[in-house]
Design a protein around this ligand. Structure first.
Ligand code: FES
Length: 208
């Protein structure tokens, strides 16, 4: 099992939460006020509300429905309707392994955390994430590569395109561009990524 790229760090600023996925599992990726990143199941243990709809206060993520507050390790710390109660240890959100490197948030199953670190991306800076209705192999073929870690050139700029497989023949592309690229170049890369998306989705439609 390898690390899966799940988001770009720039899209999860401190004090925010966003929905994500690891395979067919819905996750919430959130960052505390101090900058600590976490990836948890996107389901509140109380009544199942999506925690990605919740809000971050300090080092805690609170559910938007009844305000149950969760902290380190997914542990519930506070139940507003019973402020005198110390929540039992069993009230806990399942957590995923998470690490950040070179501006990418990587996740893995907690019980299958890869021993090797994520691939190195030195020399590149995060650009944007796109969602596609196409299989990873179709995207790789449209790019002119293979696998989930595509390296080459788009819009006249060196790029890394990380493919995150998703259910139902979908995927996310997390794109990074060479450090120091100017705004005009980044605009061209962005346009080339959208062209890549159209090309892959068209190929998928023709194959269907
Ligand atoms: S559903 Fe989350 S606190 Fe009730």
């Amino acid at each position: 099992m390898n690390w899966t790229p799940a988001a770009l760090s720039q899209d999860i600023p401190s004090g925010s939460a966003a929905p994500g996925q690891l395979g067919d599992k819905d996750i919430v990726i959130w960052r505390s006020a101090s900058g600590r990143i976490a990836a948890w199941s996107d389901r509140c243990p109380h009544r199942g509300m999506r925690l990605s709809h919740g809000f971050v206060r300090g080092e805690f993520l609170s559910c938007i429905y009844h305000g149950w507050r969760y902290g380190d390790g997914g542990q519930c710390h506070r139940i507003p309707a019973h402020p005198e109660l110390t929540p039992p240890d069993a009230i806990k959100v399942p957590v995923f392994a998470v690490t950040e490197s070179d501006g990418v948030v990587w996740v893995a199953q907690k019980d299958a955390e890869p021993e090797a670190p994520p691939p190195g991306l030195a020399g590149f800076s995060p650009l944007r994430t796109l969602r596609l209705s196409a299989r990873p192999e179709t995207v790789a073929a449209a790019f002119g590569g293979t696998g989930l870690d595509l390296r080459g050139e788009l819009g006249g700029c060196a790029v890394v395109v990380l493919i995150q497989p998703l259910p139902d023949d979908q995927c996310n592309l997390h794109a990074l561009a060479a450090n120091g690229a100017d705004t005009a170049t980044l605009d061209r890369v962005s346009a080339a990524l959208e062209a890549l998306r159209r090309q892959a989705e068209t190929a998928e439609e023709i194959a269907a």
